[in-house]
Write a protein that binds this ligand. Structure first.
Ligand code: NI
Length: 403
């Protein structure tokens, strides 16, 4: 089916669900089209072209090429009122898809393994619906199609390019399809939802030598090993037990032969936390431990620490808005899951640092259809019924916020 076959007569609010049911085959078609042509961070050219073509066809004002491939669509009700931003990410991952579905990735080594094809589809359909029903809200809805969520991050350059200005965005919402939760549930909470994501790499410079003569060396592997174990004391002994944080060493490279004491060792890892008050303490403790252990053994070190994304922190009022809307969509309070925090990161956080908002998880797993593989897995896929639910939540949020 083509977009032109979509009913273009405006519908009343009470008719929202039938209207979305009518859209559902298109949602599936668009999502599968995007799924088959995944593009990596800041290379979402065909994806952006697909979005822009549709927006143009529907007469929706939009700007392309923001932060390389980003798009902002403006849907103006024509009546003064608030400005709500809706954000969708567009990028895929460098993963070889193992699914055999007809819509599987046609790009070797690239895959929509996180559901961003679904996010783009939901936002696109929301834009379509709102453009056809401008009487159903006041003010303006800005739909932000963002590149590179998987890193290095497209949210920040889009904000720097001014997407939250002119007209100024009052609040933001966004969603992630979530295979951690079953279809028919929504993970929503106020406060911290996703963790700050930071990383480090450290080279320890010892003094290499013969494996039989350790007294003549400074063993970089032994020192790095002590550092790895001691780093765990940061979470165990410096972070309040009521706060969540995790330090993971995911890289350890050293040595070339069994009978040689290694001159240098390299370790690298990630640091994650919810509470912004931990922001300075964690890297400080990390360096104190590395520096203290190195100096006690006569080694030197070179530490590189970087901050990727801040924590995703939801505004209480906006979380209430999303929760109340989601309750009507899932039709049971039991379908709302407040215990949905994850130590994963998301650059939606940059938007939520600028304006109040709510990021939430839309349950998309369906075990009976074998659609429950975790995100970033080569067999990840989700129940496409969630697409329509996403559109309904976004539209109802607009109708409730933009009054
Ligand atoms: Ni994702």
């Amino acid at each position: 089916m083509t977009a032109t076959t979509i009913a273009s007569t405006p519908v009343r609010q009470s008719q929202l669900r039938p209207a979305i049911a009518e859209l559902q085959p298109h949602l599936v078609e668009w999502r599968r089209h995007l799924h088959a042509q995944p593009e990596l961070a800041f290379q979402e050219y065909l994806t952006a072209e697909f979005i822009s073509r549709k927006l143009k066809k529907w007469g929706i004002e939009h700007q392309t090429g923001i932060a390389k491939t980003g798009i902002v669509a403006i849907i103006d009700s024509g009546v003064p009122g608030p400005v709500l931003g809706i954000r969708a990410d567009m990028d895929a991952l460098p993963i070889q898809e193992e699914n055999q579905a007809s819509y599987r990735s046609q790009n070797p080594g690239k895959m929509h393994a996180c559901g961003h094809d679904g996010h783009t589809t939901i936002a696109l359909a929301t834009a379509f619906y709102l453009s056809q029903n401008r009487h159903s809200f006041k003010g303006i809805v800005k739909i932000i199609f963002q590149p590179a969520e998987e890193g290095p991050g497209g949210a920040k350059p889009m904000i720097e390019a001014g997407v939250l200005k002119n007209p100024d965005v009052d609040a933001m919402i966004g969603l992630h399809l979530w295979n951690v939760l079953p279809l028919g549930t929504v993970g929503v909470r106020s406060g911290a939802l996703m963790a700050a994501t930071e990383g480090f790499r450290c080279t320890i410079f010892g003094k290499g030598g013969h494996g039989a003569m350790p007294h003549q060396t400074v063993d970089s592997i032994l020192i790095a090993s002590q550092i790895v174990t001691s780093l765990q004391t940061i979470v165990a002994r410096n972070v309040s037990p009521l706060d969540s944080a995790v330090v993971t060493v995911g890289e350890f490279h050293a040595g070339t032969a069994v009978n040689v004491i290694a001159d240098t060792a390299k370790i690298g890892g990630t640091v994650r936390y919810f509470n912004p008050a931990l922001r300075d303490m964690l890297p400080q403790r990390l360096e104190q431990i590395i520096s203290g252990i190195c100096s006690s053994h006569g080694a030197k070190y070179d530490l590189n620490y970087w901050r990727l994304y801040p924590p995703v922190v939801n505004d209480a009022k906006m979380a209430d808005l999303v929760r109340s809307v989601a309750e009507t969509v899932v039709e049971t309070p039991a379908g709302i899951v407040p215990e949905c925090q994850t130590m994963g990161g998301e650059d939606m956080s940059f938007f939520l640092e600028e304006v109040p908002g709510c990021y939430f998880f839309l349950g998309s797993a369906n075990l009976s259809m074998n659609l429950a593989y975790p995100h970033h897995h080569p067999r990840f896929d989700f129940d496409e019924t969630a697409l329509g639910m996403g559109v309904e939540i976004f539209v109802r949020c607009v109708e409730k916020f933009c009054i």
